[in-house]
Design a protein around this ligand. Structure first.
Ligand code: HEC
Length: 521
């Protein structure tokens, strides 16, 4: 299935181009800003972490101290010390994960796993790359284009997925890999990368090269600018790691920078130096949570609450941060053991992911609980509306159908279009509570798409190569799309399909609308 000789990344037609915009003006402004400080320099922000007893879920499966992927609905995909890939659940148990029987390449020794979408990961092995979707490891068509050594992956707010590799910066566009070139040269040597808004608020991709910070911004569809930044980085100070936080309700995302001397944060108010009790060695962000590991200490910042915490009660030793997720959970490796660490026993939401575009007016939404003391009550809350109490074992927001078995969809009929937050909160006997808040955008159905006009072109462009005869199930007729409509809907909505890179948000919305409006021919 993979044909390295066809070189899918050297596409004809619209090559990806980039221009470099020096931001010397911005730089001056930043220098002035820094220079006017006296005792406490402005933009300096001492973090005062409050100790919390870490909620820990141990896994019987040991993990390698390599980058992993944490799924916000609980669990994740990691490398084992033996060089295998393992999929763990919220309770630390092992779930199915095996190479798809139709793969041509064999799965090699797993080096690391990277996030590709909210529920899908890219598994790097010494024989090539594989996409983890549900329980399968699927070979992408560009399997052999990139050798090992992936530095980072990121997804920008415009829906594009990116891979930083020692040989360049790649974008997965429509299932092919395109290399971003700067004056004809690949952007090789990137050492760290994250998605966060650029200084002007546009969707940005931040990266460091030779210790210097840059940001890529889409100035027009398919045209990217590589810019310098106004970061107040001094001569001799180098960038070591980047972490991005996503948008919250009514607030935009932000970028965090670990340099050789300190931690910098940039949100809509500009840059600040964040003074942690000691300089961290690792920085990771997901959703609205930023984790920093400094020697044996784990710090977490909740960007919505504006508070820092420091984990207590962890086994002794120096943890390695493997992956963090949007619910505020961090997976760590400690002396060959693996632990999921969080501030509380946070319930997870199934059916809605952070920042999701919801077009259906009814959705099955449910909470799942981590192991430990069961909560006294579980409730859902949409924005500030009255809470909806929910009973186990299903914890379905819409309750159950008359058969008392099938989960009933919750109706969004009365919800106004725009940004909202759905929370699920567990309350415990001891008076504590744990909350998961998921910001999303509701954009209800306004058109009735048809298969012939709207869906078939998507199928031909993005699905046919795998879903005509092999390796995926056949989906090459209207009838097959209609009979698999719910499955297709879930797979594209959760950004698991297409297996070789996400659809653009418009394509996802069209498929969801087509299914919600009766899957018309
Ligand atoms: C690079 C190959 C590839 C592409 C492209 C691709 N798929 Fe898949 N897909 C697979 C494989 C392999 C499986 C696993 C076998 C199966 O269940 O059919 C799969 C599974 C599925 C499933 C069923 C199980 C699940 O994961 O939910 C659905 C539905 C699906 N794909 C839909 C799509 C749609 C719709 C598109 C296009 C928008 C698409 N796929 C594009 C390879 C691909």
């Amino acid at each position: 299935m993979s044909t390295p000789s066809s070189r899918p990344w050297q596409r004809h037609g619209s090559p990806t181009v980039a221009r470099f915009i020096p931001s010397s003006l911005l730089f001056c402004a930043a220098m002035l800003f820094v220079a006017c400080g006296e005792d406490a320099p402005p933009g300096s922000n001492p973090a005062k972490p409050a100790a919390f007893t870490a909620t820990q879920v141990a896994s019987s499966q040991g993990l390698a101290p390599a980058r992993g992927f944490a799924d916000q609905s609980g669990g994740g995909i990691f490398a084992t010390p033996e060089g295998g890939a393992v999929r763990l659940r919220l309770d630390g148990t092992k779930a199915a994960l095996s190479p798809h029987p139709k793969n041509l390449a064999t799965l090699g020794r797993v080096v690391a796993t990277f996030r590709l979408g909210p529920h899908s990961a890219l598994v790097e092995t010494d024989t090539g790359l594989f996409l983890a979707d549900q329980g399968w490891l699927i070979e992408p068509l560009w399997q052999q284009v990139l050798g090992t050594g992936i530095v980072a992956t990121a997804q920008t707010a415009d829906g594009a997925a990116w891979i930083a590799h020692p040989t360049g910066l790649f974008q997965i566009q429509g299932g092919t890999l395109a290399s971003l070139k700067l004056s004809g040269q690949p952007l090789s040597g990137i050492t760290t990368m994250t998605a966060a808004p650029a200084e002007d608020g546009l969707p940005g991709l931040w990266f460091a090269r030779q210790g210097k910070l840059n940001v890529v911004v889409a100035s027009a569809p398919g045209v990217y600018q590589v810019r310098g930044t106004d970061a107040p980085i001094t001569a001799g100070e180098t960038v070591e790691a980047l972490a991005g936080l996503g948008a919250g309700t009514g607030v935009s995302g932000e970028v965090w920078v670990l340099t050789s001397t300190r931690v910098l944060r940039r949100n809509t108010e500009g840059w600040t130096t964040v003074e942690l009790p000691s300089r961290p060695q690792q920085l990771m962000g997901a959703g609205r949570f930023l984790w920093a590991r400094s020697d044996a200490k784990l710090f977490v910042f909740d960007a919505d609450a504006g508070t820092w915490g420091v984990a207590e009660g962890l086994p002794s030793g120096t943890p390695t941060l493997l992956a963090v997720d949007e619910s505020g959970c961090a997976w760590v490796e400690l002396d060959g053991r693996s632990l999921a660490v969080s501030k509380g026993a946070v319930p997870r939401l199934q059916g809605l992911h952070q920042g999701m575009l919801v077009v259906e007016d009814g959705m099955v939404l449910r909470a799942t609980l981590p192991p430990g003391t069961p909560p006294k009550s579980v409730a859902f809350q949409l924005d500030q509306a009255e809470e909806i109490a929910s009973a186990g074992p299903d914890y379905s927001m819409g309750g159950l159908e008359a058969d008392a078995v099938t989960l009933k969809a919750f109706s969004f009929a009365t919800v106004t279009p725009g940004g909202h937050t759905l929370s699920v909160v567990s309350r415990f006997e001891d008076g504590t509570e744990a909350r998961r808040a998921v910001p999303f955008t509701y954009q209800p159905l306004t058109t009735t798409p048809s298969y012939a006009r709207d869906i078939r072109p998507i199928h031909e462009a993005r699905c046919a190569k795998c879903h005509t005869t092999s390796p995926g199930r056949p989906l090459n007729t209207y009838d097959l799309w209609k009979s698999n409509a719910q499955l297709i809907n879930a797979s594209v909505r959760d950004l698991r399909m297409p297996a070789d890179g996400p659809l653009d948000p418009q394509g996802i919305a069209l498929i969801q609308r087509w299914v919600a409006s009766g899957a018309l021919p």
